[in-house]
Design a protein around this ligand. Structure first.
Ligand SMILES: *[C@@H]1O[C@H](CO)[C@@H](O)[C@H](O)[C@H]1NC(C)=O
Ligand SMILES: *[C@@H]1O[C@H](CO)[C@@H](O)[C@H](O)[C@H]1NC(C)=O
Ligand SMILES: *[C@@H]1O[C@H](CO)[C@@H](O)[C@H](O)[C@H]1NC(C)=O
Ligand SMILES: *[C@@H]1O[C@H](CO)[C@@H](O)[C@H](O)[C@H]1NC(C)=O
Ligand SMILES: *[C@@H]1O[C@H](CO)[C@@H](O)[C@H](O)[C@H]1NC(C)=O
Length: 357
């Protein structure tokens, strides 16, 4: 009897250990659980919902080869997107995720995207996720907030003690997880509202370097937004640092699109203009790594390697492995579609110029 219990107990022991260690991994590593939110480096997918894949006919406006759910599965923990106002087919105004213009790339509604993230968070309960919305058409807090409420994701939202005073100390990942407030939401920019106190104004809490880079020699660690900050005042302000690290190519009529041909260098760990090189350079400037690094085509590099190095994480767990390569279109009409989308914009521009719109 005793022996049988012992055998049964020893049979489930490895299982217990496995679940125990899986439970204590926060954002894919137990070593991050007790770190304050602002003492971690997070990999960010720049323009997370704007895809260069089959769903968009490999649009040259796409910034990522894999969708938001796949990004999260692979370890991305900051998702950025641009929000624009659009009249939908019923003639009502709706908030869509569009790349600069909804004629260029319309990735659907804000609400649908938030639901996708909510679904992922429902099944991944030891992860802290950050959303950064670029408020292209000056949405009011209620206009954005209603989609956070309706999608249900608001139930995970963290509310800061103050909407404009930086916290002395951010909570640890473990306390955000234990409290069920695992979603951090920043908007650039927003006048905070007491009705939606979880929508944080980005530049009250963060600063960024310049994001307009065309060549691997262009990157800088110097604060660009909010204005009027030097490296010294940015650091002493206590704001978190978001490091933009992606390249633009300029197409016909000055339309900018992500530079995909060079991304294996841009997202590499070493070399001129590489992500790892820039993280080290900025770590030198601020005496600590950036909190967020925002990249295009996150799976190439892979960008995650430099982020793990910054966090001192060498055995991450629970991530899905994604090919470290571009997703290439099959040669079946994709090229035609892609030119079609640029042509549509050119026509739209010409029409609006001609008619003075
Ligand atoms: C986190 O804190 C450790 C210990 O103080 C420090 O070495 C590291 O640079 C910090 N990382 C970030 C991203 O703040
Ligand atoms: C939507 O349509 C209404 C009515 O035609 C118009 O007044 C409004 O400016 C349009 N909004 C956008 C964002 O196009
Ligand atoms: C967790 O929730 C409690 C009760 O609402 C609150 O007092 C505490 O500040 C929260 N902690 C964090 C880290 O948000
Ligand atoms: C991407 O950037 C590299 C390095 O600056 C440049 O050589 C290349 O032409 C760019 N690609 C495109 C498509 O603009
Ligand atoms: C990037 O890709 C080009 C073309 O395939 C290759 O020649 C180069 O060695 C790659 N560089 C890195 C850092 O992977």
């Amino acid at each position: 009897m005793f022996l049988r219990n012992l055998i049964q107990a020893s049979a489930i022991l490895p299982f217990l250990y496995n679940t125990a260690s899986a439970q204590i991994a926060c954002n894919n590593s137990p070593s991050l659980c007790n770190k304050p939110y602002n003492n971690v480096t997070y990999l960010g997918a720049h323009d997370s919902p704007f895809l260069r894949d089959e769903s968009t006919g490999f649009s040259t406006s796409g910034n990522q080869y894999y969708d938001t759910t796949t990004q999260l599965d692979a370890g991305v923990r900051l998702l950025s997107a641009q929000v624009h106002k659009l009249n939908n087919t019923e003639g009502n105004e709706a908030w869509h995720l569009c790349h600069s213009s909804c004629n260029l790339l319309d990735a659907g509604t804000l609400g649908d995207w938030l639901s996708e993230i909510k679904t992922w968070m429902d099944t991944n309960q030891n992860d802290v996720v950050t959303i950064l919305l670029v408020n292209g058409d000056d949405a009011m807090p209620a206009e954005l907030g209603q989609h956070f409420q309706q999608s249900g994701i608001a139930e995970y939202a963290y509310t800061p003690p103050s909407t404009d005073i930086l916290p002395q100390q951010w909570p640890t990942l473990q306390s955000l997880i234990s409290n069920g407030t695992r979603l951090m939401t920043f908007v650039a920019s927003l006048q905070p509202s007491p009705d939606f106190p979880y929508l944080m104004d980005e530049f009250s809490f963060m600063f960024e370097n310049d994001f307009e880079n065309d060549a691997p020699t262009d990157y800088s660690c110097t604060p660009d937004r909010p204005g009027d900050l030097t490296s010294e005042t940015a650091a002493s302000s206590g704001r978190m640092f978001l490091m933009n690290h992606f390249l633009y190519s300029t197409q016909l009529f000055g339309i900018q699109s992500p530079n995909d041909t060079y991304v294996n260098v841009t997202n590499a760990q070493t070399g001129l203009g590489a992500l790892g090189t820039q993280i080290q350079e900025c770590t030198g400037v601020y005496s600590k790594p950036p909190n967020f690094v925002l990249v295009d085509f996150f799976n190439v590099g892979p960008a995650m390697s430099s982020v793990d190095a910054a966090n001192g994480v060498d055995t991450p767990s629970g991530r899905r492995s994604i090919p470290n390569a571009a997703k290439l279109e099959e040669f079946t009409g994709g090229v035609v579609k892609r030119q079609g989308s640029i042509l549509a914009v050119v026509i739209a521009v010409v029409v609006s110029v001609c008619f003075g719109l």
